[in-house]
Ligand binder design. Structure first.
Ligand SMILES: NC(=O)c1ccc[n+]([C@@H]2O[C@H](COP(=O)([O-])OP(=O)(O)OC[C@H]3O[C@@H](n4cnc5c(N)ncnc54)[C@H](O)[C@@H]3O)[C@@H](O)[C@H]2O)c1
Length: 270
């Protein structure tokens, strides 16, 4: 049952690849809360065809766009405003990919062309999305734009590799663009730092199962699921959070504020 928190609001959701995607769960939640939106992903991800099932469930149009290509983004915002019948109130950037991680490159042997690709896809694309939204004048006043981050932006997780730099960049862009968009249009810009989550991007990291379990043990509430994240995103899209901007919001069951847990002490003292 929804609460109509997003009734009458329009938006764009990036990054729904399959049923496990955080963006997929968010789309379903936003729909339940009365929001209308277009769905988008990189043309290459369309080949899986799953996004069309989600679009059918949500009554959404799918508009392919590579988030690293400025013209794709401008076309996407223009078309979304047209299809939805008015300017936008929310945008979710749920995008991440590192060729170095995907191809198992050691952090001391990175391919720098791929490193730049990681930064472009997972970090700079957020700036491109924000800039395209501003240039096409696609946002309504008091709109909300959210991207997804990970605590590796602040602390080292060796297997997260160059994605750690991309997330640090992403969070920094939220602050800089949040200032600009807040002043010009009262649009808020935030990142959510999410617990490890079993999705295609998440499980692509070496040792994922171990740090998923470690994070669970270290979090008094346990790991936040993709559904939990979708609920939090709904709040950030709603009018209930209208004065929150330029923040990196920890959504991790308490992980980031825990030094050590009793469960871990017990396990390690055996
Ligand atoms: N899964 C986790 O453990 C976890 C934890 C914290 C943060 N995050 C972040 O959440 C976000 C969503 O990831 P997810 O876990 O739902 O995995 P996912 O694999 O389902 O989603 C990643 C999406 O990025 C899209 N993408 C890649 N390159 C693109 C491009 N050039 N243009 C447009 N889209 C592109 C993919 O097609 C895919 O839909 C990412 O930013 C990820 O880093 C994930």
């Amino acid at each position: 049952m929804g609460y109509n928190l997003l009734k009458g609001k329009r938006g764009v959701i990036f990054g729904a690849l399959d049923e496990n995607s955080i963006a997929w769960k968010t789309a379903l939640k936003v729909k339940e809360e009365g929001g209308a939106f277009t769905l988008t992903n990189a043309p290459i991800a369309m080949r899986m065809g799953k996004i069309n099932d989600l679009a059918a469930q949500c009554g959404s149009e799918v508009i392919p766009a590579d988030a690293t290509v400025e013209q794709d983004l401008k076309d996407l915002f223009g078309r979304s405003v047209e299809v939805l019948g008015g300017k936008l109130d929310f945008v979710l950037h749920s995008i991440g990919m590192s060729p170095n991680v995907r191809k198992g490159k050691d952090y001391g042997d990175l391919n720098y062309d791929w490193f730049l690709k990681t930064l472009d896809i997972s970090g700079v694309s957020f700036h491109k999305v924000l800039q395209a939204a501003e240039k096409t004048d696609a946002m309504n006043e008091w709109g909300s734009i959210v991207a997804l981050s990970y605590i590796a932006a602040q602390r080292t997780y060796p297997d997260y590799s160059d994605m750690a730099q991309a997330k640090a960049l992403l969070e920094s862009i939220a602050r800089s663009y949040g200032y600009r968009f807040g002043q010009s249009k009262k649009v808020r810009v935030n990142t959510i730092s999410q617990s490890p989550t079993k999705t295609t991007a998440g499980t692509g990291i070496t040792g994922f199962d171990v740090f998923f379990e470690y994070a669970r043990m270290m979090s008094p509430l346990g790991n936040a699921t993709a559904e939990d994240c979708a609920n939090y995103i709904v709040i950030l899209f709603s009018d209930l959070s209208r004065m929150v901007t330029m923040q990196n919001l920890m959504h991790d069951g308490g992980f980031s504020a825990t030094g050590i847990s009793e469960e871990l002490i017990e396990k390690l003292s055996k």
